[in-house]
Structures are given as C-alpha cells and as structure tokens.
Design a protein around this ligand. Structure first.
Ligand SMILES: Nc1ncnc2c1ncn2[C@@H]1O[C@H](COP(=O)(O)OP(=O)(O)OP(=O)(O)O)[C@@H](O)[C@H]1O
Length: 589
C-alpha cells in the first residue's frame, strides 16, 4: 500500500495534494447538508418564513459546493489515473527491455510479466482513488456519527455493526477471484495466444490454407467457456451471499427508523431532528458500507499490485546480472588479457529447465580475423553457440572469453558493439525502410550515408529503389500505406541491419542467405568477403558453396565439435562433412 502511494506521489505530487485537499473538503459537506435539512424542517414547523428561506439558501450553497467538489474530484482522479497508468506501463516495459533472453523463454516468468501487464494501467489508479474515497467516507461517517451521537450511542453502534458481515463476505470473494485469475494465468496466456493466431496477419496465410480457423476457434471457445463458467459461478455466489447479508443492514435501518419515528410521535424529538437523524443514519450507513467495500477493493487491488511489484522486484533495475565467481574477476583484473579472439573453455550448455545437453565440453579458439563456418544438422546447437558467444545465454558449465576476458565481465554495451549479428529469425519491424536498416546501430539511426552504405552491402539498396517512397517507405502491413516485402527482400534488410555496425569486428551470420536467390546469395558473399577482411566472421549455413569459402569449418555433432579444419582437409577426412558435401554436390549436378 505504501509503495502504491509512493508510485502515485512520484507520478504527480501536485495532483496528489489537490486530490487529498478536495477529498477532505468533499467529506465535510454531506453532514452539513443533513444539518441544514433539519434546520429547514424545524423552521417550517415553527412557521418562520425568513428562517426557512435562509436555510434553504444555505442548503443550496452546500449542494452546489458538493457538486463542484465531486466534479473536481472526478477530474483529478481521471487525469492522475492516466498519468499513473502511463508511468506504470513505462516502468514495466522498461524492465522488460532489460530482461535476459532466458526470461522470455521461461513460462513462469512470462506469466508474471503478463499478469503485471494485464493489470498495470488500472489497478494502481483504482487503488489510490479508492484509498482517497475511503478517507473521504471515514470523515463523512465521523460527521454523521457526531450528529447521531446526540440521539443515541446505540444507534451509532447498530449502524456500524450491521454492515460488517456483508463486507467480510465481499472481501473473501475478492480473494477467491484473485486466486482464480492467478491460478489460471497459463491458460489465459493460451487464450491470448489463440486470439493472436486467429486475428494476426502473421498467421493469416496458414490459417486460411490449412483451414485452421475452426480448430483454433474451437479451442478458444472451449477455454473461454471454461473461464466463463468459473467466473459466473463465482459472481452468482458472491451476489447472493452479499445480498442476503446486506439485508441485515436494511433491517437495522428500519429498526432505528421506527425508534426515531416513535420518539417524534411522542413529541420527544422535533420533526427536523427526526428528519436529520433518519438522513444521517441512512447516509451514514451508506458511507460505512462504502468504507467497508472500499477496504475490500483496496485489499483486492493490493493483491494485484503484489503481482506488479513482484515483477518489478524480480528484474534487475540497472545493468546486467553478473554471476561470475569472485576469483575469475580477480584473474581478469590481475592477468592482462593477451590473446585476441573468441575462446570457449570446456563449455557445456542446456536450456533452463531442460534435461538435454545442447553443447557438451566444447573447447574452441577462433583467432581474431579468422572466417569460420559452422555446419551441422538441424538442432545441432549452432545457433545456441552464437547465443553463448554474444552472451544472450550463459554457459551452464565452462566459460566463454573474448580477447582473454570472460564475456560475463564485459560491459554489455561494449561487448555488443563488437558484434554484428544477423539471425535466421530476424525481426521485421513495422517501421520505415530506413529505420529497419538503421536499428542495427541505434546511434546512427539518422545517419543517412551510413544507412545507404549498409543497405548497399546487404543488397537492400535495389529493394529500396524499387519502391516509390524508397528508403522512406513504411514497411509491413500494420499501418497505413505500409509495403509488404518478400522473404528474400526482408532478409536483405536484415543483412543490411547487420552491416550498420561498421566498427564491429566480429560478424555473425546465422543462415543469412536461406531466402535469397542464387544470384543474390553470390552477390552478398562477394561483398561479405570484401567486408570481412581483417574481421572475425562466423557463418552458419547449410549451403556448401557458402561454407567452403571459410578459412575453417567446424562440424557440430551431438553437442561436440566433431570435425575442425579447412574444406580440403575435411573432404579428405571422409567423415560427415565430406558425406554431406558430396550429397549436396550430387544434388546440384
Ligand atoms: N530457447 C530454447 N529453449 C529450449 N531448447 C531450445 C531452445 N532453442 C533451441 N533449443 C534446443 O536446442 C537444440 C539446438 O538448437 P539450435 O537452435 O542451436 O540448433 P541449430 O543447430 O541452430 O539448428 P538449425 O540448423 O535448425 O537452425 C535443439 O535441440 C533445440 O530443440
């Protein structure tokens, strides 16, 4: 609760103060209206024209004031609400950008992220406005109680006690609803996924051609129906129980009403006082009910906020998580790094939560400037090796060094500046052509000559000149006037993106040419060869004309490096490489 208030305060101290001031003012008005009402009735009974008019005037002023305060409160709440909603969303997305890749692949963590995001914009705001409303109701109730105490302390006690059972029930149901939603967050994610597949351009082609609509829609309906059943069952139980319990409060009201009316009938109470007490009791009871249900919702909001806070706490605030043992750090500080290149030292790796070793005891040194091709069957671990070298993942055992220093000790930005990487599953951003290339080096997003150079190197310049808006063309179909490109054209853009990092001395291409036609592939490699001079290159490819150009070829098999040598050397060894090469060569003939 304190953290939620701190969030609000940080969002806008000024609006928080205004909200508090308006709340206090608004709390004092209703009991004053009740008091004015009493004075009117008493004046009418006393047949005093002047008094009556005066008190009607007072009540009018109070009512106008109340309306203005209520309007002002609503305004501040909604403006503060949007401010806070934005701030919290930004905080969550900011953390998301600092997450490690493994977080996105960990379902439990992903659930936490989805839960935090789902409630992010509404809960903190509701929490705070309800807290203020709570304070307002407490003050209003205190005003009514002060009026009622003049009648009887017992009435005040009855007013409060009769509302308690319904509220306790309400709170218990809030907790059940919260638990229900938390428990089923994996299923909620599945539901969101099905929605995404059915309503997204990315999958539209396959969904249509394979006729997947009814299948996925059926699964969606099944899950949604299950949610509906659970929700409605809970809603009905909640409504029935709280309604029955709230009848207690109604009974208490009419009991007190009868007592007051009887006293007025016996002339022990003026008509004005009776009106005031009845109004005070009824409104006080409403205020009390609001207080209790307010506590219920604040409690519920807090439960949801705990999701948000546990997500915010789980993600490192700044920089990266360094998990290097102390001794290694010492070694790095004392021993000056001498070697230049990438070294894998007895590296073994399995993905978090998985049993299977993807890489096992890999020892490898790639000296600076060498061009290396990685070959292996699908799933052999080639991309995984790249992920380890670029520190997207850390080895389960062993270590990866760049220029003699453990990659975990490198400053992340410095490390990443050394690499130009193009993955096979590169991203297609719904941005302008120019930006799609420029994001390869964000610093140079506005550097037109550099973008033009990169586009030319990746072969994307010809794609751009084929579009009427050229480099300014918006790509993708999400937004207006967007142009959709072919797979190969997108791949050229991805390559160009990799070439944006002109200062990078290690180029990694993970099947960068799979979607290119033969001529384009040849052109890319000619340029690549020229560019790669003096740089370390790591190419993953299933195409042997590409592979054979490398200085050194590594064959990955069963998580180990099975063969290591030049094209000629591996051919003469007559093992896997030679076999695969011949197979492809025959295919080409
Ligand atoms: N994020 C992941 N979580 C769990 N397992 C994964 C993950 N990514 C890959 N794997 C597994 O690790 C193994 C190696 O995958 P990797 O992508 O490194 O293979 P690859 O050699 O690049 O294959 P391809 O030639 O098909 O691209 C595979 O068996 C795959 O199932």
């Amino acid at each position: 609760m304190r953290r939620a208030l701190a969030l609000v305060w940080q969002s806008s101290p000024a609006m928080t103060v205004v909200l508090a001031a308006l709340t206090l003012a608004a709390a004092a008005v209703p009991p004053s209206v009740a008091w004015a009402g009493k004075r009117i009735v008493d004046a009418v009974v006393a047949r005093s024209r002047e008094e009556t008019l005066r008190w009607v005037g007072v009540e009018l002023v109070l009512v106008v004031l109340q309306a203005s305060l209520t309007r002002g409160l609503g305004l501040v709440r909604s403006v503060l609400g949007s401010r806070l909603g934005t701030d919290v969303n930004v905080a969550i997305l900011d953390r998301a950008t600092r997450l490690e890749l493994r977080h996105f692949e960990d379902p439990e963590f992903y659930d936490q992220l989805s839960r935090a995001r789902r409630e992010a914009s509404s809960r903190p705001v509701s929490l705070v406005t309800e807290s203020f409303a709570l304070v307002q109701n407490v003050l209003t109730l205190a005003g009514y109680a002060a009026l009622l105490l003049r009648f009887s302390g017992w009435v005040v006690a009855v007013l409060m006690v009769a509302t308690v059972p319904a509220t306790i029930a309400e709170m218990r149901y809030s907790k059940t609803a919260f638990r229900l939603r938390n428990w089923r967050s994996p299923e909620s994610r599945r539901l969101m996924y099905l929605e995404y597949v059915l309503a997204n351009d990315e999958h539209a082609k396959e969904v249509k051609l394979f006729g997947l609509g009814p299948l996925f829609l059926g699964r969606y309906k099944e899950l949604a129906e299950q949610f509906y059943r659970e929700d409605s069952r809970l809603a009905i139980r909640r409504a029935v129980v709280t309604h029955l319990l709230s009848l207690l409060a109604t009974a208490a009201f009419y009991g007190s009403y009868a007592a007051m009316a009887l006293m007025a009938a016996a002339s022990r109470l003026t008509l004005g006082s009776m009106t005031m007490y009845v109004l005070a009791f009824r409104s006080g009871q409403q205020a009390f009910q609001s207080i209790l249900s307010g506590i219920g919702s604040i409690y519920e909001h807090n439960l949801y906020m705990s999701n948000l806070f546990s997500f915010l706490d789980a993600v490192p605030g700044e920089g990266v998580i360094v998990t290097v043992p102390k001794t290694d750090v010492m070694h790095a500080v004392n021993g000056a790094p001498t070697e230049q290149g990438i070294r894998l030292e007895n590296v073994s790796f399995k993905y978090p939560g998985q049993e299977k070793w993807v890489l096992r005891n890999v020892d490898l040194f790639i000296p600076r400037g060498q061009s290396v091709a990685l070959v292996g069957q699908n799933g052999a671990g080639k991309t995984t090796l790249v992920k380890l070298v670029t520190r997207l993942y850390e080895p389960t055992e062993g270590r990866v060094l760049l220029d003699g220093k453990d990659v975990r000790e490198w400053d992340r930005d410095e490390l990443l500046a050394r690499f130009g990487v193009v993955f096979q599953d590169f991203s297609q951003y719904q941005l302008k052509f120019r930006e799609n290339v420029g994001v390869g080096s964000v610093k140079h997003l506005e550097d037109a000559p550099r973008i033009a150079r990169a586009a030319e190197r990746g072969g994307a310049d010809a794609v751009a000149s084929g579009l009427s808006a050229g480099l300014e063309a918006p790509l993708g179909r999400w937004f207006q006037d967007g142009v959709e490109l072919s797979g190969g054209q997108w791949q050229k853009i991805a390559l160009a993106r990799g070439f944006m990092r002109e200062q990078a001395d290690i180029l990694v291409l993970d099947e960068p040419t799979a979607a290119l036609d033969a001529e384009a592939e040849h052109a890319v490699f000619e340029r690549f060869r020229h560019l790669a001079e003096g740089r370390t290159t790591l190419i993953i490819s299933h195409r042997f004309p590409t592979v054979r150009m490398a200085d050194r070829i590594l064959v990955l098999e069963n998580g180990r490096i099975a063969e290591d040598g030049t094209h000629a050397a591996l051919l003469s060894e007559e093992k896997t490489y030679a076999r695969l090469y011949k197979m492809q060569a025959e295919g080409y003939v």
